[in-house]
Design a protein around this ligand. Sequence first.
Ligand SMILES: Nc1ncnc2c1ncn2[C@@H]1O[C@H](COP(=O)(O)OP(=O)(O)O)[C@@H](O)[C@H]1O
Ligand SMILES: [Mg+2]
Length: 286
Amino acid sequence: MPGTITKNEPPPKIPVDFKISPEDESIKNIKNILVVISGKGGVGKTTVAVNLAVELSNKGLNVGLIDADIHGPDIPQMLGLIDDKPYPDEDNKIIPVRYNNNLRVISIEYFLPSRDTPVVWRGALKHKMIEQFIKDVKWDPLDYLIFDLPPGTGDEPLSIIQLIPKINGFIIVGTPQEVAMLDVKKAINFAKQLKVPIVGLIENMSEFVCPHCGKVTYIFNKGSGERISKEYGINFLGSIPLEPTVVEDGDEGTPFTLAHPESRSAVSFRGIVEKIIKISSGNTGS
Ligand SMILES: Nc1ncnc2c1ncn2[C@@H]1O[C@H](COP(=O)(O)OP(=O)(O)O)[C@@H](O)[C@H]1O
Ligand SMILES: [Mg+2]
């Protein structure tokens, strides 16, 4: 089992025979696989994953969302699905939780005895869980399967790369502070070393929008996401402002793109979704 990448070390060898065959029932009907990743925590990965999944599903696309953040599974909370449960079908496959007609969700949260139980697992067990979330869950034919990950470039993204033969790419999320962007660079290099395509970078919490007067303030560095994207030759997908309604909506379990569709964040986010669809449009079959 390869460990995390450290500076000056060669990338870990990926045992290709671990991979699920492209013809395997579990993945052969999945057109696009996107992985939301970041260098650090709290930058908005889950917020992006949830809103992306909902936006795509509302366009009539079939979407699966896998909460692979084993230590902080927030997707059920952010989608208001905390009281739901997946259930087994007659073949003992897991039927994921339904958010709407087109979106299904699975999370480790559903398999824990209580909401405050921590998961204490080493890499091999995490790998097994990710494999089960792909192979043992009954995903209908999907236009998009989206993974939400824990922070950093550790076991979980490595397992996904090991297991899945065709990943459209990483969506890297970062905030504009200089230290946060250092971690974004690590995530970009991680993808490049492992030869995983990068769909692009999203700069989250870019400017602050005052909820009272609407005045815009650049609290952190302005434009650093765009600058880094240029420097590393990757797509800049867009920025999402720091807006109080985003937190409130997330806590209440309604994606901000649905709760506040006219907010700056939602308008900006829809532009990001269009870019993601365009970049992966060769695979939507539409
Ligand atoms: N653009 C934003 N404006 C305001 N709050 C945000 C924004 N994006 C995310 N948040 C909030 O920041 C916190 C961390 O976001 P989250 O998506 O859980 O990050 P991660 O998954 O990277 O740890 C959450 O409370 C979320 O609602
Ligand atoms: Mg998260």
